[in-house]
Design a protein around this ligand. Structure first.
Ligand code: HEC
Length: 407
């Protein structure tokens, strides 16, 4: 029963999180595109930076942007903030259900650091809060005058955080936390800076005062950061279903590559929307593709994949059958407490429908065993069943033969 509640909560929060995220990112993409598409012409009203014509849904839209504010407060003003807050709130709810409620499985890895659940949750919350405080401080420091330097410092801090968190949480949780950190910064920008600044401007207008353009400028800086961070965050949020990424022994390099890849692709859209031509919009996709290929090559190279060569697997000369039996023994003790038609512990039904009750079933799932337990240490989660390196080596040995003989 318990497992069903967890699963339902996780499904519903995930659903809501995706819906809210689409709303937020969709609005953000739209307004960024709009900003870049603004064109100037003679005869625009005073205070208007530019205008844009677009066509959608059977009609034409004519939009003008006042960079600071119009002279008079419009009567009906639409705000865009709840998309962002809802994305953060549903994301935090989802994270609580998956990573806090089931901390033993997802958040804690005892072979990394033997935290208790309260310790791990406290560490996780501290990471989110600290990342906002540090980022906010940077934005108020002299760095704010230099976009490139600011992005460089952010990059180093994010990759450094990935290295540091690797000493605290499970590999999977590291990726999720880097994503959640960036997501928190992005929502923090909306909640603590962009909207409050906008409210000051509106209040000034209502009092008939001329608003200070500085508020709009600060908001724009934060909004630009959000723009470039969007694509990397999305990658980090979905990658925790792909052990080849987070499960790499140097997974921080994956993050170091994803940050520029996402930002470069985003830059293409920004440049394109600004009406740039030629090389200005031709370098981004090829560069991103080359970086992605480098990432794939890096992931294929695994310093620890050689465990089977270094550890001497016992009974090397045995016929595959004995090895299979040995592998099955390991899978039965280390995996089948969860992955079975009658799971004994932790889970109500076999996760992902993966059951290892018989040798046949084990054979069927052989490639996934390699992905989850050899190429990465994603399984057993948090190494709850304490599989040993030697046992992994035996499984690897068996997989070598098994997958070669596979039809
Ligand atoms: C403590 C319980 C537990 C143990 C022990 C365990 N797993 Fe898992 N396994 C899970 C959970 C939970 C998931 C779902 C993870 C997710 O949501 O991606 C999972 C997912 C998987 C999947 C992916 C299923 C899919 O959806 O594609 C494979 C394959 C897998 N485990 C193999 C193994 C192997 C091999 C072992 C032993 C070395 C093992 N597991 C040990 C709990 C366990």
């Amino acid at each position: 029963m318990d497992i069903q509640i967890v699963d339902w909560l996780s499904l519903v929060f995930r659903w809501a999180h995706i819906v809210a995220g689409i709303g937020w990112i969709g609005a953000s993409f739209y307004f960024m595109a709009l900003d870049f598409s603004l064109r100037q012409r003679e005869g625009l009203p005073p205070g208007v930076k530019g205008e844009d014509w677009s066509v959608h849904g059977g009609g034409f839209y004519h939009i003008q942007k006042y960079t600071v504010a119009p002279e008079k407060m419009p009567e009906d003003l639409r705000w865009f903030q709840w998309e962002s807050y809802a994305t953060w709130l549903t994301g935090f709810a989802l994270m609580s259900v998956v990573y806090y409620w089931q901390a033993d499985i997802y958040l804690i890895d005892r072979s990394v650091l033997a935290l208790s659940t309260p310790q791990a949750v406290a560490a996780s919350l501290a990471v989110l809060i600290t990342s906002w405080l540090v980022y906010d401080m940077l934005c108020k420091s002299p760095l704010k005058e230099n976009q490139i330097a600011m992005f460089a410092v952010l990059f180093v801090l994010i990759v450094g955080a990935a290295v540091g968190l690797g000493e605290v949480f499970s590999a999977r949780a590291v990726f999720l936390h880097i994503g959640a950190m960036i997501g928190t910064i992005m929502t923090g920008n909306v909640f603590f800076v962009i909207i409050p600044n906008q409210k000051i401007v509106v209040a000034d207008l209502k009092q008939g005062k001329i608003p200070n353009p500085e508020f709009g400028k600060i908001a724009k800086l934060r909004s630009t950061h959000n723009n470039y961070l969007t694509l990397p965050v999305l990658f980090l949020m979905i990658s925790n279903h792909y052990p080849m990424t987070f499960g790499h022994p140097m997974n921080w390099i994956v993050i170091a590559l994803i940050l520029p890849i996402g930002a470069i692709v985003r830059h293409y859209f920004n440049a394109h929307d600004s009406g740039e031509h030629g090389m200005a919009i031709r370098w981004q996709w090829p560069t991103a593709a080359v970086l992605l290929l480098i990432l794939m090559a890096f992931v294929a190279w695994r310093p620890t994949a050689q465990t089977s060569k270094t550890a001497t697997p016992p009974q090397k000369e045995d016929p595959p059958d004995a090895l299979t039996l040995q592998a099955f023994e390991i899978v039965k003790t280390r995996c089948a407490i969860c992955h079975s038609s009658t799971p004994t512990d932790f889970v109500g039904v076999a996760p992902g429908g993966v059951e290892y009750d018989t040798i046949e079933l084990m054979r069927q799932h052989a490639p996934q065993i390699r992905a989850q337990a050899i190429l990465s240490n994603a399984m057993p989660p948090g190494n709850l069943t304490e599989i040993t390196e030697r046992e992994r080596a035996v499984l690897d040995e068996w997989l070598d033969i098994e997958l070669q003989n596979a039809p």
